[in-house]
Design a protein around this ligand. Structure first.
Ligand SMILES: [Zn+2]
Length: 229
């Protein structure tokens, strides 16, 4: 009987301390995983905001795409392979030390959406042809992202997302020193964390080590019960 007041006191303490905890910790400690999160975990996929607290998420394919229409519905989660997520956390910490944050445009992309994107773009420089296999996005180990200020406000970068032109190259050839500097902050943090960049898209980074270690699964939106347009 005497234990009861102590339990109440402890839960009051937890409730009081909750707002000061970083989001990821709070989610891990105090909230149960949703059925989707539990299902995704079986395929080594985790929510980006839990893997890398402090990142901003703006999934562009909820709004539009090169196909001229959204590839995702509003309820589309932002998921990433858990090992790539650990690297993303390191990159986020590195840019945060300089007053910035990462903003995710796309991470795990279901094969259903990838095929729709290929149908629209049909340019193998920018989208992997389905007959050649899946994009690494489909395994959650490729991430499309940009640099923003900590509060999410934009900084100057070479182009918008999915601008398929020479200006989207990861080697910046323009004259704006601010863009050159911002791109260098993003690339240095991502490369230091263990990602690699590609030539044609400055916003795209791969976690090659995780796919080589075969810590990935082929998983569709249907497998996770996620509705698609
Ligand atoms: Zn990409």
């Amino acid at each position: 009987m005497r234990a009861l007041p102590q339990i109440i006191a402890l839960s009051t303490l937890v409730a009081l301390s909750l707002p000061s905890l970083p989001l990821g910790q709070a989610a891990g400690l105090f909230s149960k995983k949703s059925p989707l999160e539990r299902k995704a975990k079986r395929y080594n996929l985790v929510p980006v905001q839990v893997a890398a607290p402090g990142v901003h998420i703006d999934m562009r394919y909820k709004i539009t795409s090169a196909a001229g229409k959204p590839l995702y519905l509003r309820e589309m989660p932002c998921l990433v392979n858990e090992y790539a997520g650990k690297k993303l956390r390191l990159a986020q910490q590195e840019v945060a030390r300089q007053g910035y944050a990462l903003k995710i445009w796309d991470a795990w992309r279901p094969p259903e959406a990838h095929k729709a994107l290929w149908e629209a773009v049909k340019d193998p420089r920018y989208v992997v042809p389905p007959e050649k296999g899946l994009s690494w996005h489909c395994y959650g180990i490729s991430i499309d992202l940009t640099l923003v200020k900590k509060d999410g406000s934009p900084v100057k970068m070479p182009t918008k997302f999915d601008v398929f032109s020479k200006q989207a190259a990861s080697k910046y050839t323009g004259n704006d020193p601010e863009i050159r500097r911002n791109l260098a902050v993003l690339q240095t943090a991502m490369l230091n964390a263990g990602f690699r960049k590609i030539n044609d898209e400055w916003w795209h980074f791969d976690d090659e080590a995780t796919i080589k270690a075969r810590k990935v699964y082929n998983v569709t939106a249907k497998d996770l019960g996620i509705p698609m347009p």
